[in-house]
Design a protein around this ligand. Structure first.
Ligand code: ATP
Length: 247
């Protein structure tokens, strides 16, 4: 069953068609990878699904509801939570207090929110760091905290925006284990990731966006050998290297 469904979605920013007639879905229990060159439209698709933006055309449905006009807080309460590419913890607060902010969505009492936050803290491998001031965490710790803040809202679907960027090989493996564990716990995942090896291993299916359009969708191996995908990435690399050469 589709948990999240983009139906012929377009989004214009003034004259720019950032998303152009995109359709795909995330079914319950799936991990879907969303890839594409820089500026392709991936973050805009996240913003559309999570209620930060509404489509100019088309519809998005989450858990059987048309999401237009719901806004981010209502979508989060309905079970869709996201992380941000730039990690932004409440820097002067402790790690546990950061996670409690998410837990208060469904729990009024401080005691209940704290209990949920402590479970999440252990779940993401930050057990023992609850009293640490958030801004003193390493990048890997801040990425885990970002996932923890989203998890504390007890989502059905988690949108993860580049949670492996900048991590070492070992930290990347740990993050892959964590995400696969979340799926085993019944959480579906849509992940934007530039680390190709990681996203190919993690995902059941991959959706490829280029210039706002979906150019490919399928099993990781099929997508990786799709000529349209190869050309989108090589074209992008080529234009970047030409830019670098002329700089
Ligand atoms: N609020 C906005 N106003 C105007 N243009 C925007 C806005 N948000 C995104 N864009 C433009 O929409 C296009 C898609 O951007 P988006 O950030 O979704 O790409 P992306 O695939 O997430 O890129 P990256 O991998 O570099 O993060 C870009 O051309 C971007 O400049």
């Amino acid at each position: 069953m589709a948990l999240l469904e983009y139906r012929n979605v377009s989004k214009r920013f003034g004259g720019l068609r950032a998303i152009d007639n995109v359709s795909f879905s995330v079914n319950a229990g799936e991990i879907i990878g969303l890839i594409g060159p820089n500026g392709a439209g991936k973050t805009t698709l996240f913003a559309l699904a999570s209620g930060f933006l509404d489509p100019t055309e088309g519809e998005i449905h989450f858990d059987g509801r048309h999401t237009h006009g719901m806004g981010a807080p209502a979508l989060c309460a309905a079970g869709l939570s996201r992380t941000f590419q730039i990690v932004r913890p409440f820097g002067d607060m402790t790690v546990l207090d950061n996670i409690m902010v998410g837990a208060f969505l469904h729990h009024r009492s401080r005691q209940d929110a704290r209990r949920v936050a402590e479970q999440v803290l252990n779940r993401v491998g930050l057990g023992g760091r609850g009293d640490t001031i958030a801004r003193t965490l390493t990048l890997s710790g801040r990425k885990r905290l970002e996932v923890a803040k989203a998890l504390a809202t007890q989502p059905k679907l988690l949108l993860l925006d580049e949670v492996m960027a900048g991590l070492t090989a070992v930290e990347t493996e740990e993050m892959l284990d964590l995400i696969q564990g979340l799926r085993r716990d019944g959480i579906s995942v849509l992940v934007i990731e530039h680390n190709m090896q990681a996203v190919m291993r993690l995902s059941d299916r991959i959706v490829v966006i280029h210039h706002g359009q979906k150019i490919s969708e399928g099993l990781p191996a099929a997508v990786a050998s799709d000529p349209k995908v190869i050309s989108a990435y090589l074209g992008d690399a080529h234009s970047k290297s030409s830019g670098a050469a002329s700089a």
